[in-house]
Every structure is written in C-alpha cells, then in structure tokens.
Design a binder for this molecule. Structure first.
Ligand code: AMP
Ligand code: GLY
Length: 410
C-alpha cells in the first residue's frame, strides 16, 4: 500500500514511524515531512495547509490511505476534500473537528449527554467575563475559543492573572472565552481510535504541559511524556471509556457529527471521579511519540479494520516508554531558528523531529519544540535514566529540556 502522512512535527514523525513498521506499507510519503521523516519515507514539498495540493498529491501518486497529523489541517476540511474525491483518509471531517476547534461545541455536547467535565460558561465580551470571574473567584481557568496549539489556556491562581488573560483574549476581535471551574487531580491522556460508535482505546500516556520542572511556568504544547501510566489502572481506564470516550463518540453520532479518527481525551482523575479537561480531534503530541513505539500489532491494519467495521485488537509491549522534548530557548514565548544541532545520530533510542530543518551546514532548529528523545525499558526509572543519558549526546546552544519527566509516577 501507499500511505501518505500529512504534517511535519514529532507526532507526524511518530505516525510515519508506525506506518513504516506495518507489513502493509510498501511506500511511505510525507507531506511536507521533516528531516527525521525523510529517513524513513519520501518527503514531498506540499504544505500541510494546502488542501488542494494534498488532494492532487494523493491522486497523482495513487495513495491508498492518508493519515492526518495536525488539527489545523483537519479544521481546514482536508477530510471532506479527500472524501469528495473518493480518497481514503483517516481523520474527522471539518464539522467533527469542532470537538477540538471549538471549546464551546465540545462543552455543549458534554453538558447535553452528561459527560463529566468542569462547570463552565461562555463569554463574548470582556465586561461580563470579568464580572463572572470576580463572582467565582480564583483559581479559575480561562480558555480562548479556537485552535491555540495548547497555548490558549490560563489556569489563573489569582484574579489579576485571570484579568490579564481576559484582556489578552478580548484584545482579539470577535474572540470568545470559556471560563471553567478549576479541577485538581492527576492528568492523563487517553487516545482512542474512533469510527462512529466504535471506540478502541490506545495505551495511556501522561504529558507534561508546563514549561519548567515541578509543573511551573506557562503551558506549552507538551515537554515530555511516558507510557503506560502506573496510577491509571485498568479500572480507571474502563471508567474513562464508559463514562467519557464511548458516550462522546456516540453523542457525536446522535448529533449528526460522527467522528472518525484519533479522539484524544485529556482527562483528570479527581476526588469526584474522572473529568474531561478537553477533547482533541487528533493524536497527542508528545503522546504519539511514546504510545506508538509500544504498539506491537500492525497500526495500518488496525486503522483499515476499524474503518471497515471489523474487530480491532491491539497488542502492546509491556515495556515503558519515556520521552523528553528538547525545546528552543524562550519557548513557549518565542522560538529560535537556525541553531546547529549535532549528535542526533549517536543517540541509542528513538529521536523524533518536532521542529528541525536540514541545511548545507547540517541539522538546525526550526521551531519551538525541536526534538524528542524516547527510550523503552523494563520500568519507568530505567527508561528515565536512559533517556536523560542519551539527551546529553545532543549538542545545541539553543535547546533546553525539563529534568523531571515521569517523576510523579515513580
Ligand atoms: P487544554 O488545552 O484544555 O488541555 O488545557 C491545557 C492545560 O490546562 C490542561 O492540560 C490542564 O493542565 C490545564 N487545564 C485546563 N482546564 C483545566 C481545568 N478546568 N482545571 C484545571 N486545569 C485545567
Ligand atoms: N499533548 C497535548 C496535545 O497534544 O494537545
């Protein structure tokens, strides 16, 4: 089969890696891909926001299956465009992508179908939002509507922080915010393969969203992850499936917006049970980089079977995977570009490229999150030690990383 992976980040590198390992994959094309993906497939210079270009590429190259990485491409309607041309593609259509692209859409469905989540209200102007925040008090969570690459959320511990977040949000014309009750507990990511009412859970991972050790500093796209998560037992996963993931997939069918693709549940284990923090319409990043290397059964076969309404059985290694992100100095506020990176080929483990570029001088930084090093070992402590040892082999003057990925579960 010819498989096309759309995207250029670490998640897409991990998706391409999983496709490449499939016995069904004869040819792997990545659009536009990255220097890491170029080592396992053919990168074609079609941008991930060029829907027409992607359709043309898939038609010209007779692609049998396309897998979409980024939410922005989904929100542009890439799935609708491919389906119109009779091309097979795994991902939600534009309407179903709203489960991620519109916090309000997701919250309304959760409320209607009693899917546990934080209490919330949506606001369209600064004055009423600020009045509500003052009534509720801090801590409180302010979420801008729309796609924000993990950065539009402020968990405000004081009213001043909340006010600042509101000011920033409403400086943008026609913006709206969802204001939420602040939940406390243990966060985890449960990503499922979904086709209409069929929901197949993947192994659980834990992301680390804050930029600094000890969960300090602003939220990022994610600074590292590991899988599985010891604290999240099979009973907890069953509860999450029965109370959240399956009801959501079935609610979307009932609402006339059936979902196909990776449905990402950002969940929190609280004293009052499991609550939904958010849904995403695609695989998590940096979750894909630790979950997919643990999959022993055929990834492409699983997707095809799911879409053909056949039973899907996934096999996983018992090994623990652990990954740390190397990010540009000043991320998430800004990113440096063009700093030389050496030592990547010396790493004994997996290195996923998140934001790199190949130049005549060699590999350079090209984004906020740059690389992710992942190792698989018999237990989390061993994997933790191994990843951090391998990280030292990568040299670059403009990269930093967290030092405590996975510590909370050890
Ligand atoms: P989101 O983009 O909705 O996943 O939010 C980013 C991060 O903010 C989450 O991973 C949580 O760590 C935090 N967060 C979001 N909503 C809440 C909430 N209601 N209570 C506590 N923390 C939250
Ligand atoms: N790791 C968080 C996300 O992919 O949204």
């Amino acid at each position: 089969m010819k498989i096309l992976v759309i995207g250029k980040g670490g998640r897409e590198h991990a998706l391409a890696y999983a496709c490449k390992r499939s016995a069904l994959c004869d040819e792997l094309i990545c659009a536009p891909g990255n220097p890491g993906m170029a080592k396992i497939g053919e990168c074609v210079d079609v941008k991930d926001n060029d829907v027409d270009g992607l359709v043309t590429l898939a038609k010209e190259r007779n692609v049998d299956l396309t897998i979409v990485g980024p939410e922005a491409t989904l929100a542009l309607g890439v799935v609708d465009a491919f389906k119109k041309e009779g091309l097979k593609i795994f991902g939600p259509d534009k309407k179903a992508t709203q489960v991620e692209s519109s916090k309000d859409f997701a919250k309304k469905i959760m409320a209607k179908y009693n899917i546990p989540t934080a209490a919330y209200k949506t606001f369209y102007d600064l004055d009423s939002a600020w009045t509500y925040v003052q009534e509720q008090g801090a801590p409180i969570v302010i979420k801008e509507d729309g796609l924000k690459a993990g950065k539009g959320v402020t968990v405000a511990s004081t009213l001043e922080q909340a006010k600042e977040a509101l000011n920033i949000a409403f400086a943008i014309e026609n913006n709206s915010v969802v204001i939420e009750e602040c939940l406390f507990g243990f966060e985890f990511s449960l990503i499922c393969l979904v086709h209409n009412e069929t929901v197949v859970p993947l192994e659980v991972a834990q992301d680390h969203k804050c930029v600094f050790d000890g969960d300090k500093g602003p939220n990022t796209g994610g600074m590292g992850s590991y899988s599985p998560v010891k604290k999240i037992t099979s009973e907890i996963i069953d509860e999450a499936m029965n109370e959240i993931m399956k009801p959501m997939a079935s609610a979307m069918v009932k609402e006339g917006v059936p979902f196909t693709g990776f449905l990402y549940g950002g969940l929190m284990l609280t004293e009052k049970g499991i609550k939904t923090i958010e849904f995403n319409a695609r695989f998590g990043d940096p979750e894909a980089e630790v979950i997919l290397p643990r999959l022993e059964s055929d990834f492409v076969q699983a997707i095809l079977d799911l879409m053909d309404n056949k039973p899907v059985e996934l096999k996983w290694t018992d090994k623990v995977s652990h990954g740390v992100v190397l990010a540009s100095t000043n991320y998430p506020a800004s990113s440096t570009k063009g700093s030389l990176i050496t030592g990547v080929d010396d790493v004994d483990g997996l290195v996923f490229h998140m934001g790199t570029k190949m130049t005549d001088e060699g590999l350079v930084t090209d984004g906020g999150r740059v690389l992710m090093v992942v190792t698989l070992e018999d237990d989390l402590q061993t994997a933790f030690d191994h990843t951090y040892k391998e990280l030292e082999k990568i040299q670059c003057k403009d990269l930093f990383h967290r030092n405590d990925i996975g510590k909370k579960d050890m």
